[in-house]
Write a protein that binds this ligand. Sequence first.
Ligand code: SAM
Length: 233
Amino acid sequence: LYVEHPLGAGQTVPLSRDQAHYLFGVMRQVVGGAVLLFNGEHGEWRAEIVEAGKRGGVLSCIEQTAPLRLPPDLWLLFAPIKKARTDFIVEKAAELGAARICPVQTDFTNAERIRQDRLQAHAIEAAEQCGGTYVPHVAAMQRLEKTLSDWPANRRLIFADEALVGARAVLEAAPRSDKWAILIGPEGGFSPTERNRLHDLPFVTPISLGPRILRADTAAVAALTLFQATRGD
Ligand code: SAM
């Protein structure tokens, strides 16, 4: 269970109404039961239920069961698509170890805005279900060109370019870097202006994801998997 509260031996952790509903109403837990907690900072802790009510409850931390496992320093930049598919991308990015999820508005992006809080809640749920001890941060949506002009030093951007369909995936040949990001375009792909700009930037490595054009949500999963298999841990 993800909590926004410090974790440590003897630390008590108050539960929100939703968390109490989930633990006591849905999971049928009772006082004395054990719950695994993480907060993205202090690893995983086993806690005991000391109070259980309809509107809240209290847990007490007993012992650390896993240290904090930080994912590789990998960001996923993607152009939001339809709601359900955007939710899917955020969920899979959290499961596949993205440390930061950045919605970007490209020339052919249809979504005008995103619900950042809702997407963050999806990332938390995904981290809870895959036993992670870390929750990726979902950033506010930004124009792609702004993201590129403010690009931080020493971070390589892997650009999944549908125009390279059929070329070999060349991630192995990308210069070494400790910090990475992956960029996936919208259903309409990238505009010629965006593609030219991306190919000219020194921190960008364009890659193909194989001989077929993948849907944006599939492409995000494929690129994250490819990264984790070749450069991740
Ligand atoms: N409408 C575009 C077209 O027909 O060329 C396709 C866009 S594709 C549905 C959405 C995004 O997924 C692309 O912008 C790209 O980032 C990624 N993508 C899909 N298939 C890919 C491939 N084979 N290689 C590299 N990137 C791919």
